[in-house]
Design a protein around this ligand. Structure first.
Ligand code: MN
Length: 214
């Protein structure tokens, strides 16, 4: 699985570095304002990165595992590091995936194999959009909504709480939306549905198509 398309990739190991945004902080302003992007990337994602590295600092054996290996089988981790890897490793991974899923030239419909698979598994693009929007707006508390490919190759919409990742249920992330308040609150306050509605303008379907093709 090589679906981290920016600087990081799935073979990454400790120590983890914050990947740069693949566009300017203000590039996504049709949906997400510059200040939110600065705080989200430079403070929140940096924070997950730092805490993830700290959790692995004295774990020589775990430092040899890849990011995807660590997050795919949390049950094998020692008790004292499992929660930190789940929360901060998950946060590191989810955000590294998320940035390249967005683009100032995004929006529209997915073409290619992903477009066909969405029609096959949801009936239509608009039916998929409705299901994903519903998941993103109804998720209680903090977390993510995802379009994922399951182990049988079928597309599904799922929600994950906090920084849990689709890897925990052996699913490949294709598109995700961060619905933590830190992702939208400066611009939208409590209006999460408006953020989710504008999100469609910045979806980078090229990246999502590559994620699907993996
Ligand atoms: Mn976030």
């Amino acid at each position: 699985m090589d679906f981290l398309n920016a600087a990081p990739n799935a073979s990454l190991k400790y120590p983890y570095a914050l990947p740069p945004l693949p566009y300017d902080y203000g590039a996504l302003q049709s949906a997400v304002d510059e200040q939110t992007m600065r705080v989200h990337h430079d403070k929140h994602h940096q924070g997950y990165t730092d805490k993830f590295n700290k959790a692995l600092k004295d774990q020589a054996e775990l430092q040899q595992k890849t990011l995807v290996e660590l997050l795919s089988d949390l049950s094998t981790l020692p008790d004292d590091v499992r929660v930190a890897v789940r929360n901060n490793g998950g946060g590191y991974f989810n955000h590294a995936l998320f940035w390249p899923m967005l683009s100032e030239n995004g929006g529209g419909d997915p073409g290619g194999e992903l477009g066909k698979a969405i029609e096959r598994d949801f009936g239509s693009f608009s039916a998929f959009k409705e299901q994903f929007t519903n998941a993103a707006t109804t998720l209680f508390g903090s977390g993510w909504a995802w379009l994922v490919k399951n182990s049988g190759g079928k597309l599904e919409v799922i929600k994950t709480a906090n920084q849990d990742t689709p890897l925990m249920s052996s699913k490949t992330p294709v598109l995700g939306i961060d619905v933590w308040e830190h992702a939208y609150y400066l611009k939208y306050q409590n209006r999460r549905a408006e953020y989710v509605g504008n999100f469609w303008k910045i979806v980078n379907w090229e990246t999502c198509g590559r994620n699907y093709d993996e």
